[in-house]
Write a protein that binds this ligand. Sequence first.
Ligand SMILES: [Cu+2]
Length: 158
Amino acid sequence: MNPSTTRVLALAALLASAACAPPAPVPSAAAYKPRTRDLTVTMVPLLVKEQQSLFPFLKDAFAEGGVLYGKEVYAFSPSTFTVVEGDTIDFHLINPEDDEHSFVLPDLAVPMPGGTTKHVTYVARHAGIFPIVCSVPSHLPMMSGQLVVLPAATMAGT
Ligand SMILES: [Cu+2]
């Protein structure tokens, strides 16, 4: 093999290896920057004793042996919140009626007497799905919700 042929083969081998080489690393997307999110939550009655004249079926439901005996149905509106790990949540809580409620998350318990509004700050430190409940026994298990905290790594570049 003459020197010129050797050089051509070496060059071809070099080009072939370059073509099969893994692509250059793409710079990773910018890390997620935690945000502050304003969330307003209103505590609302859905099926409560005051409605028995409006919905006659409630008399049986609330009576002893009825499907809602010892209970009333209230809700957080909205009841599911989605944020990202590291976000700060400014909860604006509103209880417009005369019944007492509470807003309970891991590491947070806010009593909500009737006719009150409260502003509380909560940092979503860990990814996961966390229950939100009202701790008044007659409101459980219906008055509940979820805080969904997405992993920050999945939100890079957003
Ligand atoms: Cu409640």
